[in-house]
Design a binder for this molecule. Sequence first.
Ligand code: NAD
Length: 515
Amino acid sequence: MDAVPASRRVFVDSPNVRYEDDQIIADYRYSANEVTKRPNGVVHVKPVEKRLQIRTNRKVNRLGLMMVGWGGNNGSTLTAAIEAHRQGITWKTRQGLRKPNWLGSLTQASTVQIGLDTTDGSPVYVPFKDLLPTVDPKDIIIDGWDISSADLNESVRRAAVLDVGLQDQLEPYLKFCKPKPSVYKEKFIALNQMGRADNLIEASDQKVLDQIREDIRQMKSKADTVVVVWTANTECLCPVLEGVHDTADNLLAAIANGHEDVSPSALFAVASILEKVPFINGSPQNTFVPGVRELAQREKSWIAGDDFKTGQTRMKSVLVDFLVSCGIKPVAIASYNHLGNNDGKNLSSHQQFLAKKASKTNVIDDAVLSNDILYEPGEKVDHTVIIEYLPYLGDSKRAMDEYTSEIMFGGTNTIVMHNVCEDSLLAAPVILDLAILTELATRISFRSVDVKDSEFQPFTTELSILSYMFKAPIIQEGGHVVNALNKQRASILNIVRACLGLAPEHHMDLETKIP
Ligand code: NAD
């Protein structure tokens, strides 16, 4: 018997969902509560329901992933991992034979509880990737840019993340992967990166922009959907200048005039937007200045960011949410990091560190704002973040955190954590998920059944459905930032469930609680 393809392993038998050859159409009732805080202190809650139709295109697009900073630790590790899967490479280590896996990937290695088994009432879990059709990582076409000319074989060896037995077997495939030249502006990344900048487009900003657009067009000729991800070094925060960064037209004019304050990451964002391909910012700098955001809105192109959420911050966005939702009051958090990879070297420069510090610090804001029993309006947690560069450690990052919280009757509870891991082995699956989920998001559209003749509309410009993967998620104007990891995960899963006409996961399990 032929194996059932992943995207057909879950079948929803409901009058609310229609599987057609090329699409899945779900009728969905979106329930929300409209809340008014009355002057007398009463919180008035009015449940409302919107009737939606959600359409998911079933044909998975051929995905082209273009990474800026391709030859860095993240970019080279992800490329090697995809190639290792594609070639079915196995390798020997002291611990035995290893084979590739995608541990750490939401789309490839996590499961979703879909319901209770009719025979014995036990929960049934299915792989995330079996719910809707998604790209198989092995089919992703990879390309990218780097200011360093090292090919991907050299990059993987320079990163020293993967076992040598694997590196050696990958060499025949990776040595032909050569990053396209990019733009280096001393003003934006640390001066200590200058030594590797030997692969540059030496031209005006306008010509750089045109070249990046041409590179993207080349990828478009091979792939149906192209996603550009910034996984290059963290830039310093860019001053938002009136007449330069404030509007889309000013920004385009500033590029045409070669204004020195247009960052390389903004050039890549603008090129992607003009080519109408999603642009994702995996570093903390403020690439999305108002002009970039306006341009993205105007061109109806998607953007997402900022700063991959992978290790210490991911843990923080779980732990603080957990403490605050228990009614325990975190009051002081100290986070130390030391690491020895090139990211750490770049962040040893003060201006670039400041960008990282900001995105690492804001991650607890939503938890604090959620509980006015614990926190007075405007009250802040004492929160410090320190990053030190220790070359000997290479990609192995050490994160040490101390969380001090107030508990009952003047007690304190201090939790200390020591986290050791290869940074890029946490980041690579996150970049993979971003690419796969972005491709999926481009195939989903919504229409309101309550509005006569309404047309199907895609997600709005800021793809905040991807917030799970970012330390400082950007959201559409008027929205609110969610940092808590479990809420972010629930958002993705419940939207995917909605595409199949399924209610959000409520964990009520009334089947086992009432007669
Ligand atoms: P890395 O230093 O190994 O790689 C960055 C690459 O970008 C380098 O190869 C560098 O030559 C290249 N580069 C710099 N400026 C460029 C430009 N203008 N155009 C093209 N290439 C350019 O760093 P990494 O460990 O791969 O991390 C990449 C980024 O991801 C960093 O900004 C880091 O802060 C961010 N990040 C990483 C993690 C993680 O867990 N690894 C988590 C969150 C964010």
